[in-house]
Design a protein around this ligand. Structure first.
Ligand SMILES: Cc1cc2nc3c(=O)[nH]c(=O)nc-3n(C[C@H](O)[C@H](O)[C@H](O)COP(=O)(O)OP(=O)(O)OC[C@H]3O[C@@H](n4cnc5c(N)ncnc54)[C@H](O)[C@@H]3O)c2cc1C
Length: 360
């Protein structure tokens, strides 16, 4: 009989994990306290910008970059499969990434060289944007982006088609101390049984696991995004000093985002909106005076050094974690899903999981 795996949390990480487990013949249930592919209380996956690249990869450890590079390579096949099998297009496009100064040029060029990522010095004006510096920008033509709400809808449809049980509007209780997990209670008193359990609850993971993983360091980090519909659209993602503009195929332009340590508060704020607009207009002056179509926020699962925890719990039998992907959960999702699925199914993992162990 195939093993039954319960996944706690239906964001991008939970959904990609379910996809991997289905392909290994597991019976899978996802428990999601809201609705998959929606945004109710700050879920990160719907809210993200969808850049399939870790912005400034030279700032991160090789461990993080192993996951982001694997993820970036996987999206072509994942998105094609989702489109073919569900008819929903996640809108993966290789729009490229224009990096405006200031940045560490030597580190950027060295990293791109070492990782064979095509890169070219260019003038920002050739791309119709303004640089505040006289220095060259860098053009990374192979960087891609996906549209998170479309990706999430496609994943949800695929999981339904493949008999994954989606228990939505069902919240799990925090786990109590235990040595072996066979069942997990919901807040409405239901008892859910499974052979194995994987926590993919994003920013809320520590709340669920406090009693059994007291050293897990995950906290919400809010990010706000503003949406424009400019008359002249950009072709590429543009990044300058912690801020980006992301053009969508249908003419919308995302501007963001922020990194705010404000707890579980998913609201948007007028001062941040002004800040974002000022930064966006400095890069693209024709945005001045345009109406803001939408303004939203999401709560990232923040972790030190952007290191996720992808591990079997060392003491609680049958409990696994795949969480804490912070700024790059979409990019790292395919890699971490494959890694945790290998652990659950007793396969040899595709990369060494030791760096992603639960802190003790
Ligand atoms: C503004 C912004 C921009 C971003 N841009 C990018 C980007 O360009 N590229 C990139 O790679 N990443 C980006 N990210 C980061 C990325 O979105 C996250 O790393 C990723 O979404 C994390 O996915 P997750 O599934 O772990 O978390 P979530 O999407 O938050 O999912 C966790 C789920 O668990 C559910 N849950 C929580 N508690 C319970 C419970 N008790 N019972 C049942 N369910 C529960 C929640 O409702 C939620 O749906 C961005 C994030 C933000 C906020």
């Amino acid at each position: 009989m195939s093993q039954h795996v319960l996944i706690a949390g239906g964001g991008i990480v939970g959904c990609l994990t379910a996809m991997e487990l289905v392909s290994r013949g597991c019976q899978v249930t996802i428990v999601e306290r809201n609705q998959i592919a929606s945004q109710t209380s700050g879920e990160s996956s719907w809210a993200g910008a969808g850049i399939v690249f870790p912005l400034l990869p030279w700032l991160y450890s090789d461990h993080v970059n192993v996951l982001t590079s694997y993820g970036a390579e996987s999206y072509g096949a994942i998105c094609q499969r989702l489109l073919d099998e569900t008819g929903i297009d996640p809108q993966l496009i290789t729009s490229g990434f224009l990096l405006l100064p200031e940045f560490d040029r030597a580190a950027a060029l060295a990293w791109c060289g070492k990782n064979q990522l095509p890169v070219q010095p260019v003038r920002a004006s050739a791309f119709g944007v303004q640089s505040l510096s006289g220095e060259d920008a860098l053009w990374l033509p192979t960087v891609s982006q996906v549209r998170p709400p479309c990706l999430m809808h496609a994943l949800r449809a695929w999981l339904e088609q493949n008999n994954v049980r989606l228990l939505e509007h069902t919240a799990l209780e925090p786990l109590g101390e235990t040595a072996s997990l066979r069942e997990w209670r919901t807040t409405s008193g239901k008892v859910l049984q499974a052979d194995k359990f994987i926590v993919t609850s994003g920013a809320w993971s520590f709340d669920l696991l406090k009693q059994v993983a007291s050293k897990l360091r995950i906290k919400p980090m809010r990010g706000q995004i503003v949406l424009y519909k400019p008359e002249r659209q950009l072709e590429q993602v543009v990044y300058r000093e912690g801020f980006y503009l992301v053009p969508r195929r249908d003419g919308y332009l995302l501007a963001g985002s922020t990194l705010e340590d404000v707890g579980f508060d998913p609201s948007t704020t007028p001062n941040v909106r002004e800040e974002i607009c000022a930064k966006a207009e400095a890069i693209m002056p024709d945005l001045k005076g345009l109406p803001i179509i939408k303004h939203w926020s999401g709560l990232r699962p923040g972790t030190p050094e952007n290191m996720p925890v992808i591990a079997q719990h060392p003491e609680v039998e049958n409990l696994y974690l795949n969480t804490g992907h912070f700024r790059y959960g979409l990019t790292m999702g395919p890699a971490s899903a494959r890694l945790v699925a290998a652990m659950v199914c007793g396969e040899t993992p595709w990369t060494n999981p030791a760096p992603f162990a639960l802190p003790q």
